[in-house]
Design a protein around this ligand. Sequence first.
Ligand code: HEC
Ligand code: HEC
Length: 291
Amino acid sequence: MTDKPELDEHSGVYTTGHEWDGIKELNTPLPKWWLYINYISIVWAIIYCIFMPSWPGLPGMGYFKGLRNHSERANVAVALDKLQAARAANAQSLTSISLDQVENDPDLLTFAMAAGRSAFGDNCATCHGSNGIGSVGYPALNDDVWLWGGNLDEIKQTITYGIRSGHDEARFSQMPAFGRDELLSGSEISDLTELVLAMGGSDHDQSAAARATTNFEEQCSICHAEDGTGDRYQGAPNLIDSEWLFGGSRSEITETIANSRFGIMPNWEQRLQPWTIDSLAVYVHSLGGGE
Ligand code: HEC
Ligand code: HEC
């Protein structure tokens, strides 16, 4: 240790005078601007800690709430209340007029479409695909093909009560399992498969299809209609439109006839607000196939 500053000959910088084992410390202080910013930050932090929520777990008072008593949670609650209030008026008008009228009211329509689109993403897209494109067993909602009906009221009824959902008001029907319950023999079912392929315009065995016509009239036409166009009252699909809910290959059709299908659409009456269901009906109706 020496008292007088010493000039280091290698770097041209004065030393602090500290020395350990022959190693000397150069005197290179922090830039002034840096120091001032540092001091200002410390002052700012102290002021911030006094006014804003800062210290966790103080005995007897939980966290220190700060002199401003600021709370993000409270802000969110206020914002949500405002949103609810803003929606309430629209929700109220939506449920008080018919859905046809909603489609003619530009403001309400915009509101219903936005609400319907977001509710669809949250609740329906898992099964029906985004924008209602559908997949095997889950009908597309953006085309003209409807199992149960595609006008606003029919769509609303489907959403409210579901299909085979167990709700008392649910849409219900059940195609017999012709193979599993031994109503028809294996060869009758394979002949019927050829007939269904023929109806859908696919390659098929003509003589097998011809053999199946009597069985179709006796066993199938009561639901699918004699010409195969289906029956919306029973949710029985059209078999001649070459649109398949459960697949139109030979093996898929045989599977449907032998074991039948039992597509379940949940009911939403208890889970969604009436105005949300109305919005969903308007949204689904707008997807491309609304009647
Ligand atoms: C768990 C899967 C599932 C969810 C979730 C679901 N659906 Fe469905 N939905 C189905 C199935 C399966 C069918 C067809 C039932 C059948 O075979 O008849 C269906 C049928 C429908 C139909 C009738 C289509 C027609 O052709 O008549 C509409 C409309 C519909 N769903 C709308 C919705 C809406 C809106 C939501 C969201 C609130 C929703 N679905 C949620 C499975 C689902
Ligand atoms: C009691 C009414 C009923 C009878 C009888 C009936 N079906 Fe069905 N069929 C349905 C219903 C309902 C569906 C749709 C099932 C679902 O959505 O879960 C269906 C679906 C089908 C499908 C699937 C269509 C697709 O788009 O994937 C085929 C194929 C079919 N039936 C053929 C037949 C044949 C062949 C017979 C006669 C041997 C028959 N059905 C008898 C009600 C019936």
